[in-house]
Design a binder for this molecule. Sequence first.
Ligand code: HEM
Length: 408
Amino acid sequence: MATPTAPIEIIDADYYQNNGYPFHIWDKLRKDSPVAYCEHPNLVPFYAISRYQDIVEISRQPMLFESAPLLVVQPQRMAEQQIRSIINMDPPDHRSYRKIMSKYFTKKRLNESQPQMDLVAEQILDAVAAKGQEVDFVNEVSKILPLAVIAELLGLPMEDRDQFFQWTNEVVGALDPDFAREDGTQGTELALKAIQEVFEYCTAFADERRKNPTDDLTSVLANAKIDGEYLPPFELLSYIFILIIAGNETTRNATSGGMLALMEHPEQMQYAIEHPEALDNMVEEIVRWTSPIIHFCRTPNKDVTLHGVNIKAGEHIAMFYPSANRDDSVFTDPYKFDILRTPNQHLGYGIGEHLCLGAHLARIELRAIFKGVLNRVQNVELTSQPDRLKSSLIGGIKSLPVKMDFAA
Ligand code: HEM
């Protein structure tokens, strides 16, 4: 049997920027070709996995389907220069490294910071209200809380936070001309340069925290030991870096995408305003609906056969989370945005060995923002189309122009 192929649109950053998610293609792949080979001229080739159950099974076998060889489908040159952090480590290292941070990201611990988070969200919305009705929701709302929170957790100085925001945009949005530097640096060059600059900054910062620890997470990482040894410099810097990137890019886009979904479904927004008790459920549905991470990769270390397709050891597979989150064998009426959906075991945060470390943090941030918005906004509408990021890793929204009427 010939190996089925997948259209390159599913990995084409231009497609995502111009059209959003290719749901119609994923629907067809899930139905007819759940494992499909895809070869984009500029990227490493891979097999696309589109069904929910397959992603679950692959993610739960980290000893066979490794994360280290390739994290995201990218140009070969980038693939050769990956960072080394928990997200692309395999057991047993993965478990030792994850253990260092896991106690700071538990539900119990993070729930304690909900009131503080709600307060910050209130301040963000006060500032928006003071500005007037027409705002870019991304710039004025979505980007602020995740950036402030992760910067605070890591102890990054206030005055350097915008610089970190720029670096994360440059890494994740390297292909997007909007993030090109004035000197013309863009694409792979830009991503590598931004990573180098973050590493230089964080080398000095982590050194300082090793000498003079405070109560922030950079101090925890800089002073952590595995088998009696400090983390090697590259692994330490990669750890800080992944927390900054993951802490920023995902929650910001879930917030923007969630706001867009509510505007497109005014009856759901009205229900949420009248039923504050639906907040937690709504936040889960927002993450299923928006699925801000488009894909992550795995690489089997033995030959495997999936749905009749032979994948050789060392070949890559990419798991498409938004596709899994529209799988009708799991979700009733998957194309309905339903803030009361239950059960809602979506894969927006992944599953298994690498289940999102920051999932509870993302939840409390999203609760804080949407509680604030729904509490006081009387009306909110889109004033022009959202501007999307050129990326096939993150479903990014760069700007979301809205008109907001606040309650007096
Ligand atoms: C809505 C927001 C978020 C979404 C949709 C999301 C999505 C994901 C996904 C899909 C994975 C799985 C990776 C894999 O299986 O290969 C992951 C892992 C991870 N996420 Fe998140 N994430 C979010 C927020 C955050 C935040 C706020 C942090 C902040 C610290 C964070 C930190 C991480 C880390 C460190 C990992 C790697 C965990 C591991 O390898 O053990 N994420 N995330």
